[in-house]
Design a protein around this ligand. Sequence first.
Ligand code: 5GP
Length: 183
Amino acid sequence: MTELKVLITRQEIAKRVGEMGAQITKDFAGQAVILVGVLKGAAIFLSDLARQIDLDSTFDFIGVSSYGNRPSPTQELQSGWDSTGEVKLTKDVDQSMKDKNVIVVEDILDTGLTLTVLKKLLMAHQPRTLKIAALLDKPSRRKLPLEGDYVGFKIPDEFVVGYGLDYAEKYRNLADICIVPRE
Ligand code: 5GP
């Protein structure tokens, strides 16, 4: 594979995650929150963000995958991909969300499909509030009108890895966010 190019350094990530945590702490002052991480990409972001939130908080995780319409990572790199709108739940939340402040923690907001589905699903739990925290956002790729409430960085339409994000399950442990060059 061609060399990865650093897009966002670990120092920039740490600074921005700190700011996001401070904002969430301020917005929910005196209240408790449930952080719901979207597996697996958001695991590292959630663990860092949670430690920057000075509130009573609990964790939960939700798992999703696309039905067979998503191309392999190689195809994804070459031509991008288009969702047909089908998202499969592979793991549901473990606790009741009723009347709770729920913050969905996601690695990247791309077409908006995953979070639109998750939002609908979690709204059925009747939370008191439901917010979205996404570390990265590719606004140019949006197909459904959805915005994050807390967004770390807006990035161009590039395929990125690191800090939880994978390419065929690899590179999640990179400390920086890197671009995989399209050939
Ligand atoms: P959406 O449903 O918003 O189109 O896609 C969200 C999901 O697509 C993310 O949670 C992530 O799994 C995947 N994704 C979108 N863009 C990228 C990217 O640049 N790199 C990686 N590794 N995954 C991506």
